[in-house]
Design a protein around this ligand. Sequence first.
Ligand code: ACO
Length: 387
Amino acid sequence: MSTATPPAPAPVSSAPVANYDKGLANTIVADTQMSFIDGAKGVLEYVGIDIDTLARKSTYEETVYLLWNTKLPSETELDALKSALRAEYEIPQGLYEMIRGMPKDAVPMHALRTLVSALALHDPEADTDGIEASKRKALRLVAKTPTLIANFDRYRSGKEFVRPNTSFDIATNFLWMLNGEKPTDAMSRGLDICLILHADHGLNASTFAARVTIATLSDLYSAMTTAVGTLKGPLHGGANEEVMVMLDEIGTMDNVDAFINGKLERKELIMGFGHRVYKAYDPRATYLKTFAQQIATDTGNLRLFEMSQRIESIVLDAKAGKGIFPNVDFYSATTYHCLGIKTDLFTCMFAMSRMSGWCGHCIEQLQDNRLIRPQAKYTGPHDVAYV
Ligand code: ACO
């Protein structure tokens, strides 16, 4: 009998990895007909229409129709979508009770993520398969999200709930519920523009996360819960809140140069700058900058806008040639602030708008589904003794 030690088993072999792409920046995993981005030229189109044109001429409801149907609506089609959305503004009583049970100091994005998830508990169609059922759920999610956000904010501020007003469009209805009074046309339009600009943006991190979830044939509520959680991070949608925190911390124009130069010297990130895809000026920021200036002037907040402009000029000089420009979050911070929205609600505003893009992408995913399952390169040991 041989006493030789048996050879160690060969290391576990993994299938060859065709493409190692950390962060997936150079990997295409899905088709979409909703938005097109040319990051080098700074172009964003929804279904072929330039974002700047949509921001100036369209409405959020019309944009939602465009994204979901890949064409602009006729007047009758738009009216039908508006009515269908308005019929879904109200949230189940159980959700109001759930809000009442939340800690008043809860981070709004935690509250929103929980409430979006809880909507499934009250929808008899939550687990109904099929594109048509998913479209009905998408409508509910887009219509009810503003009610969740506004009434969570009212509750934590010690105010009575305000029920949605179905004679208003989404932007007006949101501000109505948030503040308990009808906003001016300028305020409604300001929010409407922000909703248009944030509605969709290719396969950004939260949209990708939503598509990963729906691709398992889970349900739309689960996918939206995933998406809200992913948007929350400061490298993604959370940056708009960080921009406002930074502006508050800087305080006055006199402090801008020292504050920003100090950050640059310490190689810290300046929130609201840089983008994975745009290496030119973010086309959403182009219009928002103009709009932020107007609304800052109208509301007596020009100081904030001027500080933002100075920050932009320092960062652009320091990062010249490196493709670092303001992104959508930079001037949306000033805009939301001027609309009277609290800083810790900024990312919720983003979610409220992007809900339409997330839902549209999930429906696209379901129309041509394949489980999304990339690989990891294993870098740990093999043949480790079990002790
Ligand atoms: N401030 C200072 N330097 C920056 C910034 C910034 N905001 N963004 C990128 N850089 C620098 C990086 O430090 C890096 O420098 P290096 O090459 O010397 O190391 C270089 O630019 C490339 O940056 P990456 O991190 O590789 O770019 P990536 O594509 O991975 O990241 C991201 C993009 C995450 C958006 C990044 O620019 C960032 O963190 N920005 C600040 C947060 C922010 O505003 N996020 C919102 C993005 S828009 C949105 O999600 C809606």
